[in-house]
Design a binder for this molecule. Structure first.
Ligand SMILES: [Zn+2]
Length: 156
């Protein structure tokens, strides 16, 4: 990723997302805890065999991504909200861009749009759900890293 900096402003990528913002974690599929490590086994949601497969823990800060069994079932509520928002947006877009189309054609476009966006929305629902419950702490403040630093200091 190419970072744009001017020395004073926080690092942002080319799409203007601040490097450690919630949006960066959600849309770039990064760890909610440090916002640096990858969140999914494969960051491309259109690789359908691995879509939504969350790593066990963050490769950077070692934060566990699944605090309890079944944690991501709650992401279904987010996925439902995203699907409704996407379907409504597509329908409104067809009203504006193609007003003469029949209701069936508009509903068909909504259905096709939802199928096309489904893997991406599914992945987003998981990063949004994780960000609701896993607080941002930065890279260096995890318990695991502190213990590791203490062990290294004691070994000297
Ligand atoms: Zn992390």
């Amino acid at each position: 990723m190419i970072a744009v900096t001017n020395g004073m402003a926080p690092k942002a990528d080319l799409r203007g997302m601040a490097k450690h913002s919630v949006a960066h974690s959600i849309f770039r599929f990064k760890c909610p805890h440090c916002r640096e490590g990858e969140f999914f086994v494969d960051r491309n949601p259109y690789h359908l065999s691995t879509v939504g497969d969350v790593l066990e823990a963050c490769p950077v800060c070692e934060r566990k991504y699944t605090p309890e069994p079944g944690f991501y079932y709650g992401g279904m509520y987010v996925a439902y909200a995203l699907a409704v928002a996407t379907g409504t947006s597509i329908f409104v877009a067809t009203l504006v861009l193609w007003p003469s189309a029949s209701v069936g054609a508009k509903a068909g476009l909504v259905a096709v749009g939802l199928v096309v966006f489904a893997p991406w929305l599914y992945a987003l629902s998981k990063t949004i759900w994780a960000n609701l419950f896993i607080r941002y702490k930065g890279v260096a403040t995890t318990e695991a890293e502190r213990r590791y630093a203490e062990q290294r200091a004691a070994a000297r």
